[in-house]
Design a protein around this ligand. Structure first.
Ligand SMILES: Nc1ncnc2c1ncn2[C@@H]1O[C@H](COP(=O)(O)OP(=O)(O)OP(=O)(O)O)[C@@H](O)[C@H]1O
Ligand SMILES: [Mg+2]
Length: 258
C-alpha cells in the first residue's frame, strides 16, 4: 500500500491529517502509534475509503482505492474499525460469516470454502466453543476477538486494524498479535494496525509509524524509533526505554509527590 500526500478532514473542519505520505511494506506488519487525537483512526479511514481525501490518493497494488468497485476492494482490504457496533442478536459465527460477503453471490449459501474460513478464523481467536452465542452476551474481550475473526475470515491480502487489542487481557492481546503477525509473516499479508501499547507494538511490528498532530513524527524499526526523546516530544511522556531481546520496552517514570 502506498499513501501519497493524503489530506483528511471532517466536513468543513480544519484537516486532521495533512499531506501525509507513507509507504507500507508489503507482507509485513506496520504498527501506528501516537497520542489520543493524533489522527491514527482518521488515517486508517482515509486508507480504507471510509473518508474521502481532500488531496492525495491511496494505492493498493498500484490501483487507487477510490477507482475500485466496493466489492472488489472488500476482497482485497479487510478493515476493523475502532469500536465497531455489533448488530443486535447476531451470533459469533453469523458475525464472522459476514466477512465472507464480498466472496459470495447475492443469495448464495455458504460454500465449504466459506465455512472453512469461518471455522479457521474462530479457532484462531479461540472462540470456536462460543460460536453460537449471541455476541451481545460475550465479554468485551470476547466480542473484540469475534470482530477480529470476522476480518480474518474475509481472507484479504491487506488488513487495517484499529486497536485490535483494546479490551483484551495481556495473554489474549499476545494471542491476537501472534495471529496478526502470522498473517504477515506466514501468509504474506500486509498488516497495518493501530496500537496503544508501545511495548507490544515494538515487540511485533516490523515497521513502527509514530503519529503526532496528524503528521508522521517518526518511522522505522521499533528499536530505532522508540527513544526517550521521542516519547517526551510526541507523547509528553517521561519514560525509560530499555531493550529486551532486541526490542524496546517502555517503562514510564513514576510521577508522585513525596
Ligand atoms: N467523525 C468526526 N467528526 C469530526 N471530527 C472528528 C471525527 N472523528 C475524529 N475527529 C477529530 O479528528 C482528530 C483525530 O481523531 P482520530 O480519531 O483520528 O484520533 P486517534 O489518533 O485515532 O485517537 P485515539 O487514540 O483516541 O483513538 C480529533 O481531533 C477528533 O476530534
Ligand atoms: Mg483512534
Amino acid at each position: 500500500m502506498h499513501v501519497e500526500n493524503l489530506t483528511l478532514a471532517y466536513g468543513a473542519d480544519e484537516p486532521v491529517v495533512t499531506g501525509l505520505t507513507l509507504e507500507v511494506p508489503q507482507g509485513r506488519m506496520t504498527a501506528i502509534v501516537g497520542p489520543n487525537g493524533s489522527g491514527k483512526s482518521t488515517l486508517l479511514r482515509g486508507m480504507s475509503r471510509l473518508l474521502k481525501p481532500q488531496t492525495g490518493r491511496v494505492l493498493l497494488d498500484g490501483k487507487d482505492i477510490h477507482q475500485l468497485p466496493a466489492r472488489e476492494l472488500a476482497r482485497q482490504l479487510g478493515v476493523l474499525p475502532q469500536g465497531p457496533v455489533t448488530p443486535e442478536g447476531i451470533t459469533a459465527a453469523e458475525l464472522v460469516s459476514r466477512g465472507r460477503h464480498p466472496h459470495r453471490g447475492m443469495f448464495a449459501r455458504l460454500t465449504s470454502e466459506d465455512q472453512h474460513a469461518i471455522d479457521e478464523a474462530l479457532a484462531a481467536v479461540e472462540l470456536a466453543d462460543l460460536r453460537d452465542r449471541p455476541v451481545d452476551q460475550l465479554s468485551g474481550g470476547q466480542r473484540q476477538r469475534v470482530w477480529i475473526a470476522m476480518v480474518l475470515a474475509q481472507g484479504t491480502q491487506h488488513l487495517l486494524l484499529d486497536e485490535p487489542t483494546t479490551y483484551l487481557d495481556l495473554a489474549h492481546a499476545v494471542d491476537v498479535m501472534n495471529v496478526v503477525h502470522a498473517a504477515a509473516h506466514a501468509s504474506g499479508r500486509t498488516v497495518v494496525t493501530v496500537l496503544h501499547d508501545l511495548t507490544l507494538a515494538a515487540q511485533y511490528a516490523d515497521n513502527l509509524v509514530v503519529m503526532g498532530g496528524g503528521q508522521i513524527a517518526a518511522q522505522g524499526r521499533p528499536v530505532e524509533v522508540l527513544s526517550e526523546e521521542l516519547l517526551a516530544e510526541v507523547f509528553g511522556l517521561r519514560a525509560t526505554v530499555v531493550e529486551v531481546g532486541g526490542a524496546p520496552v517502555v517503562v514510564p517514570d513514576r510521577r508522585v509527590s513525596a
